[in-house]
Design a protein around this ligand. Structure first.
Ligand code: SAH
Length: 288
């Protein structure tokens, strides 16, 4: 990955960035040639050079070469399913409160973008994916970036039918009906365990919250991440004209401990009360 030191070697994947900031990922081979919109770049110009070097095509066009960051990889990776974008991946990692070595159940794995982020943060990932072709692509994407030995296992199975064979500390869901997973999550997580779900529509979020409250989760919180990039060039320093207005809503919840027999309200009732008051928003910032 990026910045790991040493010169660029044959077999590595590198990011080529042109003068206008457009980039592509290329795997270096001795004697290889990369065709660009502005001529052909010989891989041998890059092999043996340090990161950050400027190289030129046979037509004189300049490219700067780096090892790709995780964000670069996610934005360029081959995909079947829609990937989760970098702006959301960072907050998901924090919402999950990951620690190195923690076991995370991820469903579905899609193209493996979220898997890459989880594994890079040190988690051991068990993925559930219904589509065999997606599972294979995710495994390939992940292992080609992080290596063959990374703690990653994708099982071809439907998570709506249950979770077994693993005791995850965290669960992260990127699929259309996460409320169907919530009862299973409540069975396998320990009290205090975290569940995070990524959903494109707020109607789905409403349904998810109902299931969370019903199944004994509390401290539910839903948010969206708006990222606005800036144009910085000479006297022209302003927000970019375009931004990605919507990707998905992040919802995080924690499993409550069942109250001992005959003591107080059932956990669902406590969660119901907090469900009405803890939607993330300006009115709730002082209450945290
Ligand atoms: N987070 C992924 C993208 C996931 S797309 C990434 O960043 O690359 C959603 C995936 O969920 C799809 O691959 C779909 O096949 C899978 N899926 C849908 N329903 C499922 C289920 N019930 N069990 C397991 N996987 C499911």
């Amino acid at each position: 990955m990026a910045g790991t030191g040493g010169v660029l070697r044959s077999g590595e994947r590198v990011l080529l960035v042109d003068r206008r900031g457009r980039s592509s990922l290329v795997r270096l081979r001795n004697g290889g040639r990369h065709h660009t919109h502005a001529g052909v770049l010989a891989h041998d110009e890059v092999i043996g050079a340090p990161e950050g070097v400027e190289v030129r095509t046979d037509r004189g066009a300049a490219f700067v070469v780096f090892r790709p960051t995780l964000s670069d990889v996610v934005l360029h990776m081959p995909r079947g399913a829609q990937v989760i974008y970098p702006k959301d991946l960072g907050p998901i990692l924090l919402a999950l409160d990951l620690r190195p070595g923690m076991t995370v159940l991820e469903a579905g794995v899609g193209s493996g973008a979220l898997s890459l982020a989880l594994l890079s943060a040190g988690a051991q990932v068990v993925g559930y994916e219904v589509r065999e072709d997606f599972a294979a692509r995710a495994e390939e994407n992940v292992r080609s970036v992080l290596g063959r030995d990374v703690p990653y296992r994708v099982e071809i199975r439907d998570v709506y039918e249950g979770i077994s064979g693993t005791a995850p500390a965290r669960i992260v869901l990127d699929l259309p009906e996460p409320w169907r997973v919530v009862p299973h999550a409540a069975e396998v997580l320990a009290p205090g365990g975290l569940l995070v779900s990524y959903l494109p529509s707020i109607v789905q979020v409403r349904e998810l919250w109902s299931a969370l409250v019903r199944c004994g989760f509390g401290r539910c919180r839903t948010s969206e991440i708006l990222e606005r990039t800036w144009h910085v060039e000479g006297q022209s320093v302003r927000p970019d004209h375009r931004m990605v207005a919507h990707t998905g809503f992040l919802t995080v919840a924690r499993l409550l401990s069942p109250a001992p027999e005959g003591l107080g309200d059932p956990p669902g009732a406590a969660a119901e009360a907090s469900a009405d008051t803890e939607v993330a928003g300006p009115e709730s910032t002082g209450g945290e």
